[in-house]
Write a protein that binds this ligand. Structure first.
Ligand SMILES: NC(=O)c1ccc[n+]([C@@H]2O[C@H](COP(=O)([O-])OP(=O)(O)OC[C@H]3O[C@@H](n4cnc5c(N)ncnc54)[C@H](OP(=O)(O)O)[C@@H]3O)[C@@H](O)[C@H]2O)c1
Length: 246
């Protein structure tokens, strides 16, 4: 039977894990270990980095992995790059499961930027109130601007991540109505977000649109070319193909 490594950390990865388990597939789910209480999976689960490309190559060989599905977050670029390189070296087929990015519609006030630094620069210089919805990593650079930042995190931080901030503890998916109330309650004037795509994190963009607020949207990092699909059934179809090459 084909033995699968599923790189997770997203809603899509959890949905794929359900489908693999339901189909009786031999698969291992892998978490980076970023959150204190990750969502339980219906598959054998390992936690923690592999040790770069070389470590992943060793893992693929030791565990006799026949196929890797990269269902990590679109901004988890290091893991995705490592998977491309390691699978090429080990001769293991790789498939990305990736949600489409968000596309602006009528009424969206989006400012597209290509980096965290550009997102900081795109914020006003005068103090205001910003919903900084980029997770817990890479927050420090935003201290360069004198704003009050609203942060929504899965785990409580050990110390305040920014000098002037409010930390909310919550795990998605979120609803547009709830996010609209949140933006009003905290008197938010700007939102900073990553172009993650999908429905679970889209609520803040819908809410921002309803309130006419600007969103500074960070573009996805670019990856080397790889085979990618956008849905769980497409992954299952690929896995059922004998040589995994198409
Ligand atoms: N970045 C985001 O905005 C974001 C948002 C939501 C969820 N996530 C999830 O959180 C995890 C970490 O994201 P990140 O941005 O820190 O990733 P990253 O910068 O691409 O990865 C850094 C290192 O973490 C380890 N790693 C990442 N994902 C892993 C996985 N699924 N299994 C085992 N090791 C993993 C790898 O360590 P080694 O080099 O030692 O193998 C990787 O080189 C990902 O699994 C991602 O799906 C990320």
């Amino acid at each position: 039977m084909t033995r699968i490594l599923l790189l997770g950390g997203t809603t899509e990865a959890s949905a794929l894990a359900q489908a693999l388990a339901a189909a009786g597939k031999d698969a291992v789910f892998s978490y980076a270990g970023r959150t204190d209480s990750p969502v339980a999976q219906p598959l054998p689960t390992r936690v923690g980095g592999f040790g770069g490309v070389a470590g992943l190559v060793d893992y693929l060989r030791a565990e006799r992995i026949d196929a890797v599905i990269d269902a990590t977050h679109p901004f988890a670029a290091q893991m995705s790059r490592n998977a491309i390189e390691a699978c090429a070296r080990a001769g293991v087929p790789l498939l990305g499961l990736e949600r489409a990015p968000w596309v602006a519609g009528i009424g969206n006030r989006w400012v597209h930027v290509d980096s965290l630094e550009a997102a900081v620069a795109a914020l006003p210089d005068a103090p205001t109130r910003v919903f900084l919805a980029i997770g817990k990593q890479n927050l420090a650079g935003f201290a360069a601007k004198p704003h009050h930042y609203l942060l929504r995190l899965v785990d409580a931080p050990d110390a305040p991540p920014l000098p002037d901030c409010t930390v909310l503890l919550a795990r998605g998916p979120f609803e547009a109505e709830g996010d609209r109330a949140l933006l009003i309650q905290h008197n938010i004037s700007h939102i900073v977000a990553k172009n993650a795509g999908g429905t679970g994190a889209e609520a803040k963009l819908i809410a921002a649109c309803a309130l006419g607020l600007p969103v500074i949207l960070i573009d996805r990092p670019t990856l080397p070319t790889r085979r990618v699909v956008g849905s769980v059934p497409e992954v299952m179809g690929w896995l059922s193909h004998a040589d995994l090459g198409v």
